[in-house]
Structures are given as structure tokens and as C-alpha cells.
Design a protein. Structure first.
Length: 82
């Protein structure tokens, strides 16, 4: 599976999100998702929202997915932006 396709699926759910998806082998992926929808949600709930975008692809075309799910404020803090 192409990382760009995964990015499009996630962006369809989180319209104003920053989404980056990387993979070296097109079966194991890393995703960064920065979305306001994650505010007041625990990490597990954030990951469930992202997995929900991908449906049956997880476990089939997507064998492994590492997710970093942040709010815009958390992203700014992490990146050092003011």
C-alpha cells in the first residue's frame, strides 16, 4: 500500500489535519497526525480515531502502523514553534 493513499484516507476524516505517513517497505508505516479533534482525548482514543479511517486495511495491506497523534498545541510545543 502506498503511504500517500493512507494519508488521503486519514485526511478525509480530519480535514484540517497535518498528516505525514512514511514507510520503507509499504507494509509497515509510521503516521503523524496533528488534529484539533484529538483535544481532550486520551492516546488510545486518538489512535482508535485514526485506525477507524483505515478500516479493514489494518491487518491486511497495513501490517503495522505506528501513530503519533497530537493536538495543534502539542505539535507546536514539540516542534518549538511559538
Amino acid at each position: 500500500m502506498d503511504p500517500a493513499e493512507i494519508r488521503r484516507l486519514i485526511e478525509a476524516k480530519f480535514s484540517d489535519a497535518i498528516v505525514e505517513v512514511m514507510s520503507e517497505d509499504n507494509t509497515h508505516f509510521e503516521a503523524l497526525v496533528v488534529a484539533a479533534e484529538f483535544a481532550d482525548k486520551r492516546p488510545l482514543a486518538r489512535h482508535q480515531l485514526v485506525y477507524g479511517c483505515l478500516g479493514a486495511l489494518v491487518g491486511n495491506e497495513i501490517h503495522a502502523l505506528s501513530i503519533t497523534a497530537l493536538t495543534p498545541d502539542e505539535w507546536r510545543e514539540r516542534s518549538g514553534a511559538t
